[in-house]
Design a binder for this molecule. Sequence first.
Ligand code: AMP
Ligand code: ZN
Length: 138
Amino acid sequence: MCVFCKIISGDIPAHKVYEDENFLAFLDIKPINPGHTLIIPKNHYANLSEIPENELSNMILIVKKVAVLLTKKLNFTDYTISENNGPLAGQSVAHFHFHIIPRFENDILTDWDHKERRVGEKEYKPGEAEEIIKKILA
Ligand code: AMP
Ligand code: ZN
């Protein structure tokens, strides 16, 4: 059983933020910022590719509900929703989940957001974007 399935079954504890029949939200054990929350489906799916569309549709509404709840109760305005698929993307728990990350000025995600992508070498070379679009649309 994966670590998040163990949280669902009660085998390991979590600080629960929200729970219903199909979804559970709880505090991330290693928060990027205070209030960093994870939302998981109670059914085990490894990633975005695996979760059925109807469940994902319901889930995103819960993400919104929990995010708005957190902003009100924890008194912040800005937040990042993230979701990693596979180890190269930084996924460390193979049970599909969204992160809700409260954001603050000059927090540890700020460099990633604003600096890396602005340096010239990160831009597409002439023709590169067109090649990618060709593959996607083929
Ligand atoms: P990801 O790296 O996108 O797969 O996110 C997995 C997240 O789960 C990480 O941010 C971990 O800190 C968090 N995590 C791992 N184990 C637990 C746990 N037992 N309780 C709460 N959060 C956890
Ligand atoms: Zn699981």
